[in-house]
Design a protein around this ligand. Structure first.
Ligand SMILES: Nc1ncnc2c1ncn2[C@@H]1O[C@H](COP(=O)(O)OP(=O)(O)O)[C@@H](O)[C@H]1O
Ligand SMILES: [Mg+2]
Length: 149
């Protein structure tokens, strides 16, 4: 795959950096012809992934590192969010809507990532960390049942 641009961020696991990461990735993504609504969706997906690394992966410890990588190919944004935190025991379960290991939370983060991006992959090893890979293509529209075009 031919990259036309790529970038990496590394930052401390503090909540203020959720906004830093989402704005930075959206600014980077705006080099492609995404709509404002696409950019808002990208921001939500990045926020959810980075928030998960801080809240779940690092259990709110403020001195850990979250890594975000983004790349632009022809018409597609790829984003990776990585932590070396506690990892996910059962990824399929974690992906279920309304599943959360924290009773105070809604369990919709992965649902947002899946619905706002075109692809989502979760690689996680308990005790080692989690890598989230997402992509979104310019002009892609979610498939609608019964739609003719
Ligand atoms: N980076 C991560 N590290 C460890 N566990 C995670 C991570 N991301 C998600 N999880 C697990 O997956 C569950 C579902 O995540 P999510 O859909 O974002 O819901 P919520 O954050 O509201 O719990 C979390 O409750 C948590 O147990
Ligand atoms: Mg979440």
């Amino acid at each position: 795959m031919r990259y036309i641009n790529q970038m990496k961020l590394e930052f401390l696991s503090i909540p203020a950096n959720v906004a830093f990461a989402r704005v930075t990735v959206a600014a980077f993504a705006s080099q492609l012809d995404f709509t404002l609504s696409d950019l808002e969706e990208i921001k939500v997906a990045v926020s959810e992934a980075v928030g998960n690394s801080i809240i779940h992966g690092y259990e709110n410890a403020p001195d850990k590192i979250v890594k975000v990588y983004a790349a632009l190919t022809g018409d597609t944004l790829e984003v990776k969010v990585e932590d070396s935190g506690k990892g996910i025991e059962d990824v399929n379960l974690a992906l279920q809507p309304a599943y959360s290991t924290d009773p105070e939370r809604l369990g919709l983060g992965f649902v947002f990532m899946q619905s706002f991006m075109d692809s989502l992959q979760v690689e996680s090893t308990p005790g080692r960390g989690t890598l989230i890979k997402m992509s979104k293509r310019v002009g892609a529209r979610p498939a609608r049942a019964g739609a003719e075009c």
